[in-house]
Design a protein around this ligand. Sequence first.
Ligand code: G3P
Ligand code: CA
Length: 327
Amino acid sequence: MTSRRTFVAAPYGFAAIALGLHLVSGVSTAQPSGPVVIGHRGASGYLPEHTLPAYALAHGQGADYIEPDLVRTRDGVFVCLHDVYLDATTDVATVYPERARADGRWYAADFTLEEVRRLRAHERLLSRFPRGRSRFTVPTFEEMIELVAGLNRTTGRRAGIYPELKAPAWHREQGLAMEEPFLEILRRHRAGSPELPVYVQSFEPEPLIELRRLGSPLPQVFLVADSETDPPRLDDAALERIAEFADGIGPAKTLVERDPGLVERAHRRGLVVHPYTFRADDVPAGYASFEEELASFLGKLRVDGIFTDFPDRARRWLDGSTAGASR
Ligand code: G3P
Ligand code: CA
């Protein structure tokens, strides 16, 4: 699959020099121009989330970025999982029935990588890829990076990675702080180079601030969840604060729907807007189709990208739309 997307360089060169990261002709981080398609947990609408096949399919379907959520094992290895626990997407309760904590959950931080490797991964949503068919495993972050980099080379189509640090404060309490070893992995794999674009994301501001303190030049996105009881305020003052440590926001899409001016306000502060999550099998009320929802966000609201479980549908929509061109 080919893409007509082009990439533009972002000015992170000096910090990159300090960190020894991804230097190409004194300019570093490359980002696609125009709205980007982020394969959310891979192409998780089609294959079990956070598995290498799901990531490979997202690549083949034309995702600009592929998203791993990251947690750490007891021996400190970054693995691709949405939750700090293993029981929602693996057979850990069957393989290690005695290893749950008092709250009844099986935490990745209590298992070594070798133990995690014995588990079979499955899709979270019962309506999607059937459980018990095929064998899937929990990949490490480095395996994910190597897969994307390898596909970039063999297909000639460049996709980036969009890793999310899951629960960094909780990991720190467990003695598994994430920031330094995470940067070390990115450095080793030249993430952020034109060959492997990257965005780093987190719902917590502190790790993003810490990554900057450690000298990371990589673009960062601050995730913002919605809440019926306590909705976040994304007013000008809040965006100013976010712009001190991030290059974009990743709001729940309902936040953009209720406050369409948010996109323009964020853009005025140089922040990109990448809302989540767009699902063809869960189209919200008010839209006649998934494509109508895509048209609203990518066409009318002019967000800079979307997290989607169905990268092929978003790619197709963008490729047939003027919103897919550089702007
Ligand atoms: O990271 C964007 C989106 O994935 C945030 O929600 O809970 O699916 O990680 P979550
Ligand atoms: Ca995520």
